[in-house]
Design a protein around this ligand. Structure first.
Ligand code: ADP
Ligand code: MG
Length: 641
């Protein structure tokens, strides 16, 4: 490799991780497992893979780096390929679900932890890799936790294999204990003090408070390009990030009309489904102050330069599993104290900073856990159990968990897998269960894919399209507060609705989008904008469609073909109901249903095609539950006849 150019891209010598290069190399060479702890921005993610590369680890297999988040995996892969002066997808590549950017040349591979976990299905010893860096392990994602248990066994089998775990300070001692007191190395690094301000009274509306605080900071602190002085706001998710950005912009424009001396602000959203163009903007220098509005992705996994002011809503969006209902739902919950301190810390990277917490000291002390609850203890385990059974771990209770999930959730998940036919009476995988685990999607969706090819249904071509549409973020754009816009988009959506079924509506939209035989991206995009559909989601649904179709084809038995019912709506509905009967709900009162199994009250989602119907069907099945405000909404509903 031509390594002459990197210095032009970045001065590595100044990064704390690079400064301790020789110590790190010695430790890694001498130990099978090394835990590396360092502040955000110290160079763990970008430098460790390069250091291993320079030491020749790629000669014995790939250097793998896992990330809990998709966006982080992609963005750091790009960064490292730039620093190494190679084309992304060649020597340095990345793989995330439904998106593989690697080739035969790939020696340094970034991926989500979920991707590596699935690779263990075909190669349980990970023979393709000479070493794996598990980055951001402190996040304790479900997949990271399962990988830990798998590595525990793998390390005794492959003495040549190196495991490097990087972590913020939290959890590092626990990792060390789990891997027989593995060596811990702390990258020395300088951080600056951060002043922490709490609210004296709880704020009524955290978005409103954040907007006011951001403008106050901007107006009262002069900004010089190149100096630290950027603002970073932590919000819960895409929706409130967009509202926050919009409000800041509106209020700033008003202020600028009144006072010409007020400088502009680059207002930048940061969340994982962001377009590549907007993503790159957050790392580019600007002549204006940046105000970045982010999810907890900016806590540790993305390093944002020049931040001096942090505004922390104290909240995050979290998937929480309720084993009584056997259902996940997204909820907005308080962050932990450890996360609050990570968030504040982002203000002190390059100079002393300030952190404005939009909550009171008393909420901090009384309402926040010390550390986040690991995902494995608040998740549906159906997928995990399918995977472990595939790895011939028959007794889940004997698996080496770093923190064990509750017996209740293990049992409920096993029961659910049995009830959909994935496990037999002895808890072993059935052939249906084995087929299901070939698909990197929710078990109910993979079951639907498989049974759609049964003779009775024969509608796989259509179901693949529906599954693709169910695997991307919200297709429908509906204004949150503008009633006129809401009406307009609702009216347009009606044109696409089919047969008391959102699933069929999705299929119809997919078909129309797929058939726009245009060579230009612009007309596809214009069609989406006109109809209030999310272009990026639809585009990615078509990519996912192609990949699922490939997987389905690969898993066909000899002589089998992919079936189609040529849009016979009734058959498709039957197939959906046969797969999602555990999510059946009974009509209760206007716009409201009750979950048949639990009695939980749930509402039709505002974008559901059933909203316009006078006489609502007595029974429906739904794809998922979304908690909006205090209400549980059924997202994507199909009537049962
Ligand atoms: P860590 O993993 O320890 O948090 P990183 O390796 O991500 O640290 O970052 C090291 C340095 O590289 C940081 O100073 C950061 O500013 C810079 N950096 C990382 N990613 C990018 C990027 N995509 N664009 C520009 N600079 C980056
Ligand atoms: Mg990192």
């Amino acid at each position: 490799l031509n390594r002459s150019k990197p210095e032009q891209v970045i001065n590595r010598d100044n990064l704390p991780a690079y400064k301790v290069r020789s110590q790190l190399v010695k430790l890694i060479n001498e130990n099978q497992v090394t835990i590396v702890i360092g502040e955000t921005g110290s160079g763990k993610t970008t430098q460790l893979p390069q250091i291993l590369y320079e030491e020749g680890y790629h000669h014995n297999g790939m250097i793998g780096i896992t990330q809990p988040r998709r966006m982080a995996a992609i963005s750091v892969a790009k960064r490292v390929s730039e620093e190494m002066n190679v084309k992304i997808g060649e020597n340095v590549g990345f793989t995330v679900r439904f998106n593989d950017f690697t080739s035969d040349l790939t020696e340094v591979k970034f991926m989500t932890d979920g991707v590596l976990l699935r690779e263990t299905l075909n190669d349980s010893d990970l023979n393709k890799y000479s070493c794996v860096i598990m980055d951001e392990a402190h996040e304790r994602s479900l997949n990271t936790d399962i990988l830990f248990g798998i590595f525990k066994k793998l390390l005794t089998k492959r003495r040549d294999f190196k495991l490097i775990i990087t972590s913020a300070t939290m959890n590092s001692a626990k990792f060390s204990r789990f891997f027989n007191n593995a060596v811990q190395f702390k990258i020395p690094g300088k951080t600056y003090p951060v002043d922490i301000m709490f609210q004296s009274i709880p704020s009524a509306d955290y978005i409103d408070s954040a907007v006011k605080q951001a403008l106050k900071i901007h107006l009262s602190n002069p900004f010089q390009a190149g100096n630290s002085g950027d603002i970073l706001i932590f919000m819960t998710g895409q929706e409130d990030i967009e509202v926050t950005c919009q409000l800041i912009e509106e209020e700033l424009n008003e202020l600028m009309k009144l006072n010409e001396e007020i400088a502009e602000l680059d207002i930048l959203p940061v969340y994982s489904s962001l377009s590549a163009h907007l993503q790159s903007k957050i790392f580019q220098d600007s002549k204006n102050r940046k105000c970045m509005v982010a999810t907890n992705i900016a806590e540790t996994s993305l390093t944002l330069k020049n931040v001096k002011f942090v505004i922390d809503s104290g909240l995050m969006k979290l998937k929480v599993y309720n084993p009584k209902l056997n259902m996940d739902s997204l909820q907005i919950v308080p962050i932990s104290k450890a996360q609050a301190s990570q968030r504040s810390g982002r203000a002190g990277r390059t100079c002393p900073g300030q952190s404005f917490r939009l909550y009171t000291l008393s909420s901090f002390e009384n309402e926040m856990w010390d550390e986040p609850i690991p995902e494995i203890q608040r998740s549906n385990l159906m997928n995990t159990i399918l995977l472990l059974k595939n790895l011939n771990i028959s007794d889940i209770n004997k698996f080496k968990f770093i923190d064990k999930p509750s017996t209740e959730s293990i049992e409920t998940s096993q029961y659910e897998l049995w009830s959909i036919g994935a496990l037999d009476n002895f808890g072993s995988l059935t052939s249906l269960g084995r087929s299901m685990s070939q698909f990197p999607i929710d078990p109910l969706l993979s079951k639907m894919l498989i049974i759609s090819n049964f003779k009775k249904f024969s509608c796989t071509a259509e179901i693949v399209r529906i599954v693709a549409m169910l695997s991307v973020p919200n297709i429908f754009i509906r204004s949150r507060n503008d009633a006129n816009l809401q009406k307009k988009s609702d009216k347009i959506r009606e044109n696409f609705q089919i047969g008391e079924s959102d699933h069929l509506t999705l299929l119809n939209i997919f078909n129309q989008f797929y058939n726009i035989k245009s060579t230009s991206k612009n007309s596809e995009e214009a069609w989406c904008n006109k109809n209030y559909f999310n272009y990026k989601s639809l585009k990615s649904a078509t990519d996912i469609h192609d990949q699922i179709l490939q997987l389905v084809t690969k898993n066909l038995k000899r002589g089998e073909k992919i079936t189609s019912c040529y849009d016979d709506w009734e058959i498709i509905k039957e197939c959906i109901c046969a797969s999602f009967y555990s999510n059946a709900a009974e009509f209760y009162k206007h716009g409201q249903y009750k979950h048949c199994r639990s009695g939980l009250e749930m509402y039709l989602h505002p974008t559901s095609s059933l909203n316009g119907i006078g006489d609502l069907p007595k029974y429906v099945v739904f794809h998922e539950l979304l908690l909006t405000g205090q209400k549980q909404h059924m997202n994507y509903v199909t009537a049962i006849r």
